[in-house]
Design a protein around this ligand. Structure first.
Ligand SMILES: NC(=O)c1ccc[n+]([C@@H]2O[C@H](COP(=O)([O-])OP(=O)(O)OC[C@H]3O[C@@H](n4cnc5c(N)ncnc54)[C@H](OP(=O)(O)O)[C@@H]3O)[C@@H](O)[C@H]2O)c1
Length: 259
């Protein structure tokens, strides 16, 4: 059963991607532009955003510098989009930071940056667009969280909690927005080869490309899915692990995760 309204095309849809300069956001921006959407490309690295823009007709995209740690920068960016396009059909928040952290090397400054970017950032972005989406009674919000938010995993002492918070946030948003006709997409990728995961010094099971991740995201939205998780074999396995009793869960984690 689809929890959101299905989407049969993205042609002419006005989409704001925050975190479009690399990885999953970059690939998804390309994919949406290829489908004829109008995409506002945001993040801090303008060169990379302009590089995406250069592949498509100039009127199909906007390049808007934005730092998610700065609320007024998000408000200004949204103001620019509204001036140019009037309305927004989809906010896709992809921006995020990942730092491996364990208890014996816990760094509070790194943890604060992760929470600010991965939790306060999407909440700030939503606070900027929510009043209009609620008034419009159409459109949607997609937030890229992670399967790392399903349950506690090694080396994710701040990243894991940040993603768990976003899963809960999306569930809350869905409850409030679905009756108003606004779609909510909770997007939980497994391992995707990007700048963020290039620093991992361990084997990443079921690793996929950012282009494959973009396809999963767009296919999930078109199908009207709320819970967009991929690659399926890996994400379903982690969903299964989290419902196990803790003694079994921690036993399996210790046995199979050697990091
Ligand atoms: N790769 C994976 O295996 C994986 C798995 C599950 C979930 N995810 C999630 O997917 C999302 C994208 O990750 P990725 O792997 O594609 O990483 P990435 O290549 O490092 O991209 C991260 C993006 O976030 C933006 N960003 C970071 N801090 C920002 C800030 N303060 N203001 C504005 N933009 C900011 C970056 O842009 P600028 O640096 O230009 O600002 C960049 O566009 C993240 O939320 C990540 O947690 C990734």
């Amino acid at each position: 059963m689809s929890l959101n309204q299905k989407i049969d095309h993205f042609s002419g849809k006005r989409i704001w991607i925050i975190g479009a300069s690399s990885g999953i956001g970059h690939a998804t921006a390309h994919a949406f532009l290829k489908l004829g959407a109008k995409v506002a490309l945001s993040s801090r690295r303008l060169d990379s955003l302009k590089e995406i823009q250069s592949h498509f007709s100039p009127e199909s995209s906007l390049v808007i510098s934005c730092d998610v740690l700065n609320e007024s920068s998000l408000k200004d960016a949204y103001g620019t989009i509204k001036n140019a396009w009037g309305e927004l059909d989809l906010l896709l928040y992809v921006a995020g930071v990942y730092e491996p952290l364990r208890a014996d090397e816990f760094d509070l400054d790194k943890a604060k940056n992760i929470i600010a970017t991965n939790v306060i950032g999407p909440m700030s972005a939503c606070s900027v667009v929510l009043p209009d989406l609620i008034r419009q009674k159409h459109g949607g919000i997609g937030i890229v969280s992670s399967v790392a938010g399903y349950s506690g995993l090694p080396k994710a002492l701040a990243y894991g909690p940040s993603k768990a918070a976003m899963i809960n946030f999306c569930e809350n948003l869905y409850y409030d927005l679905a009756p108003l006709g606004v779609n909510v997409y909770m997007i939980n990728p497994g391992f995707v080869a990007t700048e963020a995961t290039a620093k991992n010094d361990f084997h990443m099971p079921a690793l996929i490309t950012s282009d494959a991740a973009a396809k999963h995201i767009i296919d999930g939205m078109m199908a009207g899915d709320f819970d967009i998780h991929f690659p399926r074999q890996f994400s379903l396995f982690l969903k299964f692990l989290r419902i196990l009793p803790y003694p079994i869960y921690f036993f399996l984690l210790k046995k199979f995760v050697k990091i």
